[in-house]
Design a protein around this ligand. Structure first.
Ligand SMILES: [Zn+2]
Length: 315
């Protein structure tokens, strides 16, 4: 049977009907309302609209924030406070008449890549998404790592540089604070003021991650150095993931991953220096393939039916 995956983001809600083979059969999008009641009614409306005419076995929401899996509740979501604390299974189940579960968005995206994308040929996958923040998910022997409470796999918040830049989570020097698009923009601002003669330094306004990428592609040394540095931090993180999880594949997604080898080359070098053989030699680093659809497809594949089994079936 089909399932509905809903990607609840800070600016938009995308709901899709997904077949057991991972085919997206229908999709709707709504802007995100950041008020409890309108948010709930928008999500319910998106589910009801998208599933019309399809037979649906269950629904799963991919949402930002820390999830209490046993209660299908979001404890905290920095970019979507209205969703915090709502008993989503009951509220949305009641409004749609469908079984609803909840998963962290990065975990859902990891599951999407595992089932239908860059990791579909392996059993052990680490997924890292480099966007405004850094998210991640871990699949070990075909099982999504959730931890005791549903908060496992927060790969963006491992400490890479003690005393480094402040992270949104309150810690300092997290991978997210060093290798996200936001971090690259911040670092580029510092480098721009140190090197006013560079193309980076001549930007009229504070640099964004995409400015850095564009200038680096044109060969600006300062911009290249910013990406090299972010790639180095990323590689230190990847080395930890290799030592802890021994994955067959690390799939890298998110907008920042478009920097490609400008970041991945220094990342691979750090990975080789800092992780153990033979895992470091056997792991393959790949680009994620589902792009913006990974959360929705992964959420659909994590939807459970009344019997508690995955609607699309675990591979
Ligand atoms: Zn953090």
């Amino acid at each position: 049977m089909n399932a509905v995956g809903v990607d609840v983001g800070g600016t938009k809600i995308a709901a899709g009907v997904v077949s057991p083979e991972g085919k997206l059969l229908n999709e709707v999008r709504y802007p995100t309302e950041n008020l409890r009641e309108s948010l709930l009614s928008t999500i319910a409306e998106a589910i009801l609209e998208v599933q019309r005419g399809h037979e649906i076995g269950g629904v799963c929401l991919a949402t930002p924030g820390y999830i209490l899996a046993s209660e299908n509740k979001i404890l905290s979501a920095a970019n979507l406070e209205a969703i915090e604390g709502i008993p989503l299974k009951e509220e949305l189940g009641g409004r749609t008449g469908l079984g609803v579960t909840v998963e962290n968005d990065a975990n859902a995206a990891a599951w999407g890549e595992f089932r239908f994308g860059a990791g579909q040929d392996v059993d052990n996958l680490v997924f890292v998404t480099l966007g405004t923040g850094v998210g991640g998910g871990v699949i070990s022997h075909g099982v999504l790592l959730r931890g005791a409470h549903g908060m496992g796999g927060e790969l963006g918040h491992i400490t890479i540089q003690p005393g480094g830049p402040r992270c949104g989570c309150g810690n300092r020097g997290c991978l997210e604070a060093l290798a996200s698009g936001t971090a690259i923009g911040r670092r580029a601002g510092e480098v721009a003021s140190e090197h006013p003669d560079s193309a980076l330094g001549s930007l009229a306004s504070a640099p964004l991650g995409e400015d850095v990428l564009g200038l680096a592609r044109q060969g600006d040394g300062a911009a290249l150095e910013v990406l090299r540095e972010a790639g180095t931090w990323l590689g230190i993180g990847l080395a930890m993931f290799v030592n802890v999880f021994d994955p067959e594949v690390i799939a890298i997604g998110g907008g920042v991953s478009e920097a490609g080898d400008l970041m991945l080359e220094p990342a691979r070098r750090e990975l080789r220096l800092r992780s153990c053989s033979p895992a470091r030699d056997l792991v393959e680093i790949r680009g994620a393939t589902l792009r913006a659809k990974s959360g929705m497809l992964g959420a659909a594949a994590l939807a459970r039916g009344e019997d508690g089994e995955y609607v699309l079936g675990a591979s």
